[in-house]
Design a protein around this ligand. Structure first.
Ligand code: ZN
Length: 274
């Protein structure tokens, strides 16, 4: 395994979602020696895509991803509005030099109980985005989410399922592996081998608090919870993954209540737990 330093980390802007805008996140990364950033689209759009691209470039940061495209099931069927929004996400990812566009694919349409149909909408949507992404030189990364989000956020919940979609769609699409979503999966080692270097587009870390107080907003800093994070890093690096390790923490009770500088310092201090 690599010996990690702060320069190998990327700040997912959700980690300081309540404290900082994108310009402050960029400045914070530079200040703490963090090597990259992964903006959410709301912060990117609030900053302005061109201005953000320049700020990121000037700070010398890499962009480990753009969060997020997807939500293909939001309107019950694959509508032009959803397709267009994903095209814009691809264009934004290209403009800031993002190493991938992370896809949270969407859950059940409102009023639906048909998860099989939802998954078909998602696959069709990803195929349409992928055409544009290939032309723009942007890699698409499906992020399988923990099964507790199958109804409301993503009906792709296992790495195997995400890779089945990748197999169907071909080049330019892979996975974003987030330890929060994959740590429980008894098949994960085989699936990481199956993904291989070319399809591991991103690696996200945080920790699983036990007990968890909130299904969405109670992620821990690395080392605070029960995930053996180094075991997952070992697996992705055994496949040749050498990208940034992206820190993505939603924490309404704890980390979002602290000054941004304290959070970034804690990220760097948590390196031994990654
Ligand atoms: Zn993630």
């Amino acid at each position: 395994m690599r010996t990690l330093s702060a320069a190998d980390l990327s700040l997912n802007t959700a980690t300081v979602s309540k404290q900082w805008d994108l310009a402050q996140c960029i400045e914070g990364c530079a200040c703490h020696g963090i090597g990259g950033i992964s903006p959410w689209r709301d912060k990117l759009q609030a900053c302005g895509v061109d201005r953000a691209a320049k700020l990121i470039r000037d700070a010398g940061l890499r962009v480990s991803g753009l969060c997020r495209g997807g939500w293909y099931t939001a309107e019950g069927a694959l509508t032009q509005a959803v397709i267009d929004d994903n095209r814009r996400a691809v264009d934004e990812a290209a403009a800031i030099g993002a190493e991938c566009l992370v896809m949270v694919v969407g859950g059940l349409p409102e009023g639906s109980k048909d998860i099989v149909a939802a998954r078909e909408i998602v696959t069709e949507g990803l195929a349409s985005t992928l055409d544009h992404a290939r032309a723009a030189g942007v890699r698409v990364a499906i992020e399988p989410l923990h099964p507790m989000y199958a109804a409301d956020r993503a009906c792709v919940n296992m790495t195997a399922q995400a890779l089945d979609i990748c197999d169907r769609l071909g080049d330019g699409i892979g996975v974003a592996l987030d330890v929060y979503h994959i740590w429980w999966d008894p098949d994960i080692a085989a699936q990481i081998r199956r993904a291989g270097k070319d399809r591991i587009h991103a690696f996200h870390v945080c920790d699983w608090m036990n007990p968890t107080q909130d299904m969405l907003l109670d992620r821990g800093m690395m080392g605070e919870g029960v995930i053996d994070i180094p075991s997952f890093r070992r697996m992705v690096e055994a496949e040749g993954f050498d990208g940034l390790v992206e820190v993505e923490i939603f924490s309404s009770r704890n980390w979002w209540t602290r000054p941004g500088d304290e959070v970034l310092a804690a990220m760097v201090a948590a390196l031994p737990a990654i």
